[in-house]
Design a protein around this ligand. Structure first.
Ligand code: NAP
Ligand code: MG
Length: 500
């Protein structure tokens, strides 16, 4: 592909795309056993992009068998870690080499701005694969300080067959956070993308195969959560699942595990993250821009979105002025236009859900300070402008339920203690932020907030070196960093008698 620079360039490239539409099982693209398909829609204009294989439990049986055989054969699971590293590095390089195509597929499929998919989604996905590839021949097993008559070895082993079930907001990135550690440690994987966003998963399965990942080790199965997802969850021969998605489906997966084989689960679930701005914040203008980015980036379709803004009463008016100014910079536009910073909502159902919550906010008596409307309706696409409610109380629906769209709820507080109480008054515990110039306040608040991530004087800082995951009903287990290995491996103890 030649380098795309303008909207027309991207449209030309989109016209020439060769889209993979079948499940990828044992190194081959195959139809669903039933022959059924579902359509993938471009949310920028509502047009149909492709018909994708709609698999069901029969296909899941088939793919689990293939993955099991590959695992037991040792072709990947018993490969020297340094060799797996080189194959995975090749895979990451292939993602980078095909960045333009992958970014385009992701933007077309879910409405994300092309500037984000080219600069963030695809490079970060490749970086995740690379990071775990580089890690895996540098982690050592252990010898226990036991009675010298015995040798107690503690070794890390792959789980076996791992299901990876991901949502549509960062389709390839969420998959890659799990593919990296799961593949690097030697598992065979079955990736199930969300059915509204299957395209990049299918394309990277092929790239993985070209890079040398053996057949049966990396499979992609497309189809609905209620059929394919549930069948993976209930399967007696799937050893573990890495899941990112809603709290509701996370709870279902726990039930499936309990009803089947007690498979290992890692659950990265929803959030309603508090972003606390104290009157002594070092730079209110910067804080306002970060708060807007924290909720409006990716159309607000972010698990760790700062969807509750807690502002100290004494600076509320001043801060709201800065917020509406900053919000005005987020204007929904055509996702393939390189100038667009905010794209389309993933589908009509999600758009309707967001609009429902905007209506509920008004019904419950919050003040609609900014936005609140569907826009660009003439395109046939699903766009919602950045929306800010103030005078929200924390017991309102728009403060308690995850909206997963560009809607911010602003709540005021008098002092730090009240802010902490409000911050923790939620079923979720994914992320949070505190803005203050006082070091002690920063540390004390960070300790008091029950969340997997606390940002001090920033929102959204991230890289592969730190773990990411939730407290409370935001789930358990961690993606990213060396801690992610725990999710895809188990510890074996081997006792060797040295005196017989
Ligand atoms: P979702 O409805 O929970 O779906 C997630 C995945 O689970 C999809 O692949 C879906 O398949 C599948 N699924 C649905 N029902 C299932 C079932 N009964 N059994 C097994 N799998 C099933 O979530 P979403 O709407 O795609 O994504 C938004 C959610 O993801 C939000 O709650 C967000 O907070 C969360 N999220 C969390 C993180 C994190 O790291 N904590 C990151 C991103 C997103 P189909 O869609 O094909 O039916
Ligand atoms: Mg789509």
């Amino acid at each position: 592909m030649s380098a795309a620079e303008t909207l027309d360039d991207w449209r030309d490239l989109a016209g020439g795309l060769d889209i993979r539409t079948k499940a990828f099982i044992n190194g081959e693209f195959v139809d669903a056993a039933s022959g059924e398909t579902y359509t993938s829609i471009n949310p920028a204009d509502g047009s149909v992009i492709a018909s994708i294989a709609s698999c069901d439990a029969e296909d899941v049986d088939r793919v689990v068998k293939v993955a099991r055989d590959a695992f037991e054969s040792g072709v990947w699971s018993q490969m020297a870690p340094a060799r797996r590293k080189r194959v995975l590095q090749k895979f990451a390089q292939k993602m980078r080499d095909n960045r333009q195509e992958l970014a385009l597929l992701e933007s077309l499929d879910v409405g994300k701005p092309i500037r984000d998919t080219t600069r963030i989604d695809i490079p970060a996905s490749a970086a995740s694969i690379d990071w775990f590839a580089e890690l895996v021949d540098k982690v050592y097993d252990q010898i226990a300080p036991s009675d010298p008559a015995f040798l107690g070895m503690i070794t890390r082993e792959p789980l076996g067959v791992v299901g990876i079930i991901v949502p549509w907001n960062f389709p390839l990135l969420m998959a890659s956070w799990k593919l990296g550690p799961a593949l690097a440690t030697g598992n065979s994987v079955i990736l199930k993308p969300a059915s509204v966003s299957s395209l990049t998963a299918l394309r990277v399965a092929e790239l993985a195969s070209e890079a040398g990942i053996p057949d049966g080790v990396f499979n992609v199965i497309t189809g609905s959560g209620s059929k394919v997802g549930m069948a993976i969850g209930m399967h007696m021969d799937v050893d573990g699942i890495g899941f990112t998605g809603s709290t509701e489906v996370g709870k279902q997966l726990m039930q499936y595990a309990g009803q089947s084989n007690l498979k290992r689960l890692g659950l990265e679930l929803g959030g309603k993250s508090p972003n606390i701005v104290l009157a002594d914040a070092p730079d209110l203008g910067y804080a306002a821009k970060a708060a807007c980015f924290g909720i409006f980036f990716n159309q607000g379709e972010i698990c760790n979105a700062g969807s509750r803004l807690l502002v100290q009463e004494s600076i509320k008016d001043e801060f709201m002025e800065l917020m509406t100014k900053a919000a005005a910079r987020h204007v929904p536009g055509e996702p393939l236009d390189p100038g667009t910073q905010m794209g389309a909502i993933v589908d009509q159902g999600q758009m309707d859900k967001v609009l429902y919550y905007i209506g509920e906010g008004q019904n419950e008596g919050a003040n609609l300070l900014y936005g609140g409307n569907r826009v660009r309706e003439e395109t046939g696409g699903y766009y919602i402008e950045p929306t800010i409610f103030d005078n929200v109380s924390n017991d309102m629906k728009i403060a308690q339920e995850e909206i997963f769209g560009p809607v911010l709820s602003v709540i005021t507080f008098k002092d730090v203690d009240e802010a902490i109480t409000i911050a923790n008054d939620t079923i979720f515990g994914l992320a949070s932020a505190v803005w203050t110039s006082n070091l002690a306040t920063a540390h004390k608040t960070a300790r008091a907030i029950k969340a997997g991530t606390v940002w001090i004087n920033n929102y959204d800082q991230a890289d592969m070196t730190v773990p990411f995951g939730g407290y409370k009903q935001s789930g358990f287990g961690r993606d990213k960093s060396i801690h992610a290995l725990d999710k895809y491996t188990q510890l074996k103890t081997t006792w060797i008698n040295l005196e017989v």
